[in-house]
Design a protein around this ligand. Structure first.
Ligand SMILES: NC(=O)c1ccc[n+]([C@@H]2O[C@H](COP(=O)([O-])OP(=O)(O)OC[C@H]3O[C@@H](n4cnc5c(N)ncnc54)[C@H](O)[C@@H]3O)[C@@H](O)[C@H]2O)c1
Ligand SMILES: [Zn+2]
Ligand SMILES: [Zn+2]
Length: 382
């Protein structure tokens, strides 16, 4: 089969790889119809994620058709159209029983902190991902769901990560009616978080980024007030000015480890690897929120530590909430919102790229060229 293969930082190729096979009775093999490139894939692409091995196939956002099932699979049949959450999870361990699917204890022999994620290095279990013609889906009765007939493929693929994550980010904000919510980052996760904040009762939604075309999408798609942080001396002072000098009720970090906006942070993280990410957006979130407010962190950070302004968070009495999104937990409510027309996830898709050209897709997404917000990958273009 054809598959995206990692060859080293900034080096992606499409190669011939053996088609995955059933390795366990509860596996399924899915023929991928549509995949996506996530902002998280860029951390792999940039060589930021430990134990990203040459030969690994990325891709944790994908949908497809069941091609083969193991002998114990009960709920899926060959030919079913399925959406697969980015988490690999067992459904029955201590953590899964509490809905913490992204923290499953049975799927990742390489680390205890994080569960399994498709196509996301051996640090998250070494599962090959869905930027390929076929993918092995373990725990096939647990993770995937059959795509409802009324749902578009492009909406379904966005539910496997970006949309569920943005929605989860807003949920962790604990938004109550009338809250002022500021979202750092106008990528897919930030756009969906901002849009979801309204669904949860926000009174005002502000989005901060430095890419004007993404801020335009934040106004259009998420109906947000927007600010380009490069046009202001101090984005925190700006946030205070906008909120009677109190600060926002809720701040959401939808940027993560590769944040721009502070050279020292960039050098100590990306270049010198002295910290597990550049927490610029997270520190802005801590400083921009009011005392007693909530900071929700969806942006991804590497292991060990980062220079987060923890003392300020403590002294302000903040609530800090975060996790990798337990995607399937968000589906029932999001299905309703999409079906009722409150949300059209595919409105943020900007590119549809054949698998053979995926290297170009990574380059465009990484450098944010050509108005790129969300690129989809099509393994077998019609
Ligand atoms: N927790 C989860 O389950 C989960 C799931 C998906 C993605 N993520 C993470 O969420 C983050 C966003 O993902 P995405 O797909 O939207 O990525 P993306 O790269 O498309 O978007 C990130 C945006 O942040 C902007 N940005 C950079 N520095 C900033 C700053 N200091 N302040 C404000 N904006 C800034 C960039 O210009 C860009 O538009 C990534 O770190 C990704 O790894 C986490
Ligand atoms: Zn992702
Ligand atoms: Zn589990």
């Amino acid at each position: 089969m054809r598959a995206m293969v990692y060859r080293g930082p900034y080096r992606i190729r499409v190669e011939e790889k053996p088609r995955p096979r059933i390795e366990h009775p509860n596996d399924a093999i899915v023929k991928v119809q549509l995949a996506a490139i996530c902002g998280s894939d860029l951390h792999l692409y940039h060589g930021m994620m430990p134990d990203t091995r040459v030969g690994h196939t990325f891709g944790h956002e994908f949908i497809g058709v069941v091609d083969e099932v193991g002998s114990s699979v009960q709920d899926l049949r060959v030919g079913d159209r399925v959406m697969v959450p980015f988490n690999v999870f067992c459904g029955s361990c201590f953590f899964c029983a509490r809905g913490l699917y992204s923290n499953c204890h049975n799927v990742n022999p390489n680390a205890t902190a994080v569960g399994g994620i498709y196509g996301y290095s051996h640090t998250t279990g070494g599962y090959d991902g869905g930027q390929a013609e076929y993918v092995r889906v373990p725990f096939a009765d647990v993770g995937p769901s059959v795509i409802p007939d009324w749902m578009d493929d492009e909406d379904a693929v966005l539910l496997t990560d970006a949309l569920a994550t943005g929605y989860f980010g807003a949920q962790l904000g604990g938004i109550v009616e009338g809250d002022v919510v500021v979202v750092f980052g106008a990528g897919p996760v930030g756009l969906y978080a901002a849009r979801s904040a309204w669904l949860m009762g926000a009174g005002r939604v502000i989005v901060v980024d430095h890419l004007d075309f993404r801020l335009e999408k934040a106004r259009e798609f998420a109906h947000a007030e927007t600010f380009n942080f490069t046009e202001h001396d101090d984005v925190v002072v700006l946030m205070k000015r906008l909120t009677d000098h109190l600060g926002a009720d809720v701040a959401i970090d939808a940027v993560g480890a590769e944040a721009d906006g502070n050279l020292l942070m960039h050098v100590t993280s990306a270049k010198l690897k002295l910290q597990g990410g550049s927490p610029v957006a997270l520190n802005w979130a801590i400083d921009s929120v009011r005392k007693g407010g909530t900071v929700s962190v969806m942006g991804a950070y590497g292991p060990i530590f980062s220079s987060v302004k923890f003392g300020d968070a403590l002294n302000k009495g903040l609530t800090l909430r975060m996790n990798q999104a337990p995607v399937k937990r968000q589906w029932p409510r999001l299905f309703e919102h999409i079906r009722n027309g409150y949300l059209k996830p595919s409105d943020i898709v900007t590119h549809r790229i054949p698998l053979e050209h995926i290297a170009e897709g990574y380059h465009i997404m990484s450098a944010k060229l050509d108005g790129c917000i969300k690129p989809l990958i099509v393994p077998n273009p019609a």
